[in-house]
Design a protein around this ligand. Sequence first.
Ligand code: NVA
Length: 270
Amino acid sequence: MPNHFLSLTDYSSEEIENLLQLAIRLKREHAQGGNRPSLRGKVLGMIFQKPSLRTRVSFDMAMRHLGGDALYLAPNEIGLGQRESVADVSRVLSSYVDAIMARVFAHEHILELAEYSRVSVINGLSDHDHPCQAMADFLTVREVKGRTEGVKLAFVGDGNNVAHSLLEAGALAGMEIAVASPPGYAPSPQVVADARALSRTTGGVIEVFEDPRDAVRGAHAVYTDVWVSMGEDAEREERLRTLRPYQVDEELLALARPPAIFMHCLPAHR
Ligand code: NVA
């Protein structure tokens, strides 16, 4: 069975740390102009059911930097689960390419792609998770704060896919993650419970609040995301109304621990 990257909790703290170390090394080598062609001759198939700037460009450029290539399959090209079953797409694509990265609506689709694939599948965002985003964010925290262990990150707003992956990554890295969301928009109780259980073994702390001030007080990093994620346009008005008090402004940031950093996965709807 190929080694997939679907959710951070499929990995141990040590494995995640090793991946971060590898990223730090590759980033340094690239900055010094010394990319090694470790993926020469390899092709990454990229399936997008939703738009993407950062995920598309970062994967595509990473493949080129390492001597490989990437195949971009746009939202309307495949008809994943509509024109063709997820299992058929997975079996066919994985017999051509060396790895698959997919951005999907339903998390079940990423699981199904992985189940039928002959090659590794990477989750490039689903409605449940965004593990690559959290990996990039933890690299940023590491670069700016010099460490992740013991760092407090407050996530303010919709307890969505990005919040889930930050909770999982924080638990794995021994961080303090405090999420503040309005009623009805809290992160999945299962994700919170699993992150709490995991954090007991890593020295991390997982907290969930309604009042954003409770989460932000003393935080080294304050994070937020859009209030209307891709595919949620039907709920737009209600979401804008409910999440308005969760706007990160100077007053809220003043409660964080100076010099706190502000983080956003983008795209930002200001
Ligand atoms: N929560 C956002 C993240 C975008 C990177 C979305 O799913 O649209």
